[in-house]
Design a protein around this ligand. Sequence first.
Ligand SMILES: Cc1ncc(COP(=O)(O)O)c(C=O)c1O
Length: 475
Amino acid sequence: MASKKVSFRGLLGGAWRARNVRRLSTLAESNASAHSSQHLIDLEYQCSAHNYHPVPVVFSQAKGSSIWDPEGNRYIDFLSAYSAVNQGHSHPKIMKALVEQAEKLTLSSRAFYNDRFPVFAERLTSMFGYDMVLPMNTGAEGVETALKLARKWGYLKKGIPRDEAIIVSCCGCFHGRTIAVISMSCDNEATRGFSPLLPGHLKVDFGDSAALEKIFKEKGDRIAGFLFEPIQGEAGVVIPPDGYLQAVRDLCSKYKILMIADEIQSGLARSGKILACDWENVRPDLVILGKALGGGMLPVSAVLADKDVMLCIQPGEHGSTFGGNPLASAVAIASLDVIRDEKLAERSAQLGKELREQLLKIQQQFPDLIKEVRGRGLFNAVELNSKALFPITAYDICLKLKERGILAKPTHDSIIRLTPPLSISLDELTEGSKALKNVLKLDLPKMKKEKPNTPPPHTSSNVCDRCGRNLYNSS
Ligand SMILES: Cc1ncc(COP(=O)(O)O)c(C=O)c1O
């Protein structure tokens, strides 16, 4: 089944279109003749590490929620680069900031000052109500920074004996791929073969405040921080029970433990609020931001905290050559402007409701296939019933969605995450829902006939090596 061919011309609007449409078309045409999608996929397979399992589509151009491959086929983005493109692809205001800053100054290193970072720091801290920011690049670096801050604070301010600081994190969490971060992971693929993992970590069930209190009671004098995602993204958009965030806040205050919210994916309007912690009006001690802070253009991450915590780190103790660079700072300021000016949090809340209504109707039509539709704002997941689906997986469904012009990515065997750019239109959302309905109604029966009935998938990857829990509740 061929994807729709739509010219760029029909999809772009206004002055931007007049200036750029010619350039875009030319580029797309030259790409199409130079490298086919298949050639590029093969080339990458040959020359790049096999550390991902992508849906086979090649991005060549993108604008807003639309993506074009080298052949000129148009797709609608329902992943947003894991929420790094909340503002939409190639947002003109962010692009303008990028280009203007690139022409002036790109990098000073923090060996010197530059004229953009202080402005970004003031902007970010005042927007989120914290004293200070520590800028980094990727999300994982932001998490590392928060862990180091928590340990340092634990020794200096809480009086934890040397080398004994503990960080508590949640089962099913995802905070990135560095050694310290995977030392907290329950994802066997992320941890197996990379041992020894770092000591100083304890796990607790996500959403279980009683279990958290038990750990705090038993080991609280050694615990420096509790790191969590307010909504777990990679685990499949797992939303904690109402009152959990407030309970975490209260427990962290009671036991003098830093509440560290990883809002790298859930933050910056994705969940229908600026921060997902805003759903319970809770103020963490540390907030980690990334992804959409760079407007889908550059890696920009940041840790926010008050002076009591932030000033535990002294000159020379932590940093990054590119952290706080003027190009990233200019892009981040524009990215925040767009989120505010275009009211993306409100938009996400409103459109998220519409999307879930559409998805719930599809669930009513296919109650055996769809186990749950859940989400907040445009942070949504459809959990499929893997037994009913077998031998088809969520990945197979995503391949069919792609053929129908919708790009989504599975998480685990049975969950499809639906996280489009927050600038997406209602019509485009409806196209996504329709495509899912058609895949289940029209494609799935054929897929089941075509796919050999291989033995049930080996599910041990869902059972955490470390805590033995069946994490993703696959059924
Ligand atoms: C909650 C969360 N934290 C951290 C990260 C890591 O970010 P990065 O891939 O930029 O290192 C991710 C990435 O998906 C994430 O979702």
